[in-house]
Design a binder for this molecule. Structure first.
Ligand code: ATP
Length: 367
């Protein structure tokens, strides 16, 4: 399967610049997810690759072919859209076949590919139906099937699961992941949904305002966010952040507006860049790294005794929100603890200092 390269891409709509000098390499056979908030430019980037938009500057290559000025149909790609884009008057089978009409295949090959895709996506028993007679999930499967029959080297997905309900989304996530595991196609997948990105990608490119903020495996992005934007964008509930000041002499960080309880020993922190005394920083504490009512006093963990403002349960997880000055601190707790919690109770939450993330408040970069 071919690799895809974006080299120094510029895209402007009139005087409005969406992408300025963006370079990105999608490795051969990888499942790359472009993840970012609405308007960050991810669909624009995908459409440039698909040839649905022209670049203002830069080059795009697929394998060893420069496709920048090549017609979309000749790029060796197949695309799945959020809206499914099925032909309403054609049956499921007709929709699958239609994708092949431009490829000039012989009849036996068309039959073989259509029945292969129908079997793979389990839509064989609905081949005679029209799209209006299908559920949302079934339509999306047909749309994926129509892309798969092309046997394109690169498969593009533009928010394909956005119109599905939560249960179907979970099922389709798994199906798309299984497809990639068996077909090894190069996939470029656009979404603003971090769960989709975290569960399916081999690598994630996190974008904000037309700039790739970080590229890495889901683990790298989550555990070692390059900057505050990435740290805050990934994770639900979101990472807790506090403005703080570095007190290097005492080897600690002191949160500025939070209660005095938040003073964190930095002796275990492995700085990537040299810290300066007194510099403004932002400290990040992920909700799931806390432990509560933990009596052990061995590990240099920071302990905070704070009042409970409220708590919520989402299925197998529960989160308590503690009052930390004028901020709320989200702390993941065992759901079984919820029944004993009263608003205003003091909860003792401990945070292991080696899990602390420290960011330069001026640049936003992780230190
Ligand atoms: P979403 O998740 O909402 O689709 P996105 O990250 O995919 O967002 P894009 O659709 O790539 O974002 O849009 C990036 C920016 O470019 C937005 O500010 C958008 O308004 C602008 N834009 C997109 N298409 C055009 C166009 N044809 N003309 C002018 N501006 C455009």
């Amino acid at each position: 399967m071919p690799e895809v390269r974006f080299e120094h891409i510029v895209k402007r709509f009139g005087s409005f610049s969406v992408l300025e000098d963006l370079s990105l390499r999608v490795e051969d056979g990888e499942f790359l997810v472009l993840l970012g908030p609405s308007g960050c430019g991810k669909t624009t980037l995908l459409n440039l690759l698909a040839g649905l938009l022209d670049v203002t500057g830069g080059r795009i290559t697929i394998g060893d072919r420069d496709v920048t000025d090549i017609d979309p149909s000749q790029r060796g790609l197949a695309m799945v859209f959020q809206s499914y884009a099925l032909y309403p008057t054609k049956t499921v089978e007709g929709n699958l076949r239609f994708g092949l009409s431009a490829l000039k295949l012989d009849r036996a090959e068309i039959e073989r590919r259509v029945s292969w895709a129908a079997q793979l996506l389990q839509i064989e028993n609905m081949m005679g139906r029209k799209p209006s007679q299908l559920s949302g999930g079934q339509r999306q499967r047909v749309a994926i099937g129509r892309a798969l029959v092309k046997h394109a080297g690169v498969l593009l997905f533009d928010e394909p699961l956005s119109n599905l309900d939560a249960k179907l989304r979970t099922e389709m996530r798994l199906e798309i992941k299984k497809l990639h595991a068996s077909l090894h196609q190069t996939i470029v997948y656009v979404t603003h949904d971090q769960i989709e990105a975290m569960t399916m990608a081999t690598r994630i490119a996190v974008m904000d305002q037309g700039v790739i903020q970080q590229i890495g495996t889901p683990d790298e992005i989550y555990e070692k966010p390059a900057n505050l934007f990435v740290a805050r964008f990934i994770g639900a509930p979101a990472i807790n952040t506090f403005d703080a000041t570095l007190d290097m002499k005492a080897g600690r960080v002191v949160a500025r507006h939070a209660p005095t309880a938040i003073e964190i020993d930095l002796s275990r922190h492995d700085f990537r860049t040299k810290p300066e005394a007194g510099m403004p920083v932002v400290v990040g504490l992920r909700p799931e790294h806390f432990s509560v009512n933990d009596a052990s006093r061995d590990d240099g963990a920071v302990r905070m005794a704070l009042p409970v403002r409220y708590s919520e349960r989402t299925g197998s997880d529960a989160t308590a929100f503690l009052e930390a000055g004028d901020q709320l601190l989200a702390v993941r707790i065992e759901p079984s603890l919820m029944s004993g919690l009263r608003i205003g109770d003091t909860m003792v939450a401990s945070f292991p200092t080696d899990k602390l993330a420290v960011f330069d408040a001026r640049s936003g970069l992780r230190m």
